[in-house]
Design a protein. Sequence first.
Length: 183
Amino acid sequence: MGNGTVRPGDRTGAQITASSGLDEAAAGLGTEIVRFTRLIAAWKQRAKNDATAADRVLLARLVVGGDRRATDLAADAFLDLSTVSRQVRSLVERELVARRPDPEDRRGSLLTATDAGRAAFEHYRRQRDAELAALLECWPAQDRADLIRLMGRLNDDLVDHQHARLSPGGDQGAAVKQGDIHA
């Protein structure tokens, strides 16, 4: 419930922390992550019907992550290359993205966000932030700060855990950890 009300049978994070062990905390977090994932999926589905949804994702990757080849952009955005190619063509036609020769391989090209593309990305980010601000408006300032701090910590730990499983000893998650995903 959005008003901070605890539903019957629910336990708040403070109650779980104060009265339970690690297993119960993990189970509670798992339940909330599944719920959060479903809510985000619904939000994304709504955004999918928005003609600018693909623009947001691709521009975010280019603005935040820098110039990329289309293949790398597709991988970064978890999209099919044919989908990205179509969308990039549209972004280039609308002068939000420019192509330039790849200095390392002249056969390929790098994509870069233009000034207009950066402005569109900032517009999209402001829209997202306004929607989240409306959601958090009734939260006390300390709760908002705690949420941001704890979400950051959880994301950092998830990146570390994921990369430890993939390649022990490497810190390949640094780019993601430092905020590579801003769409």
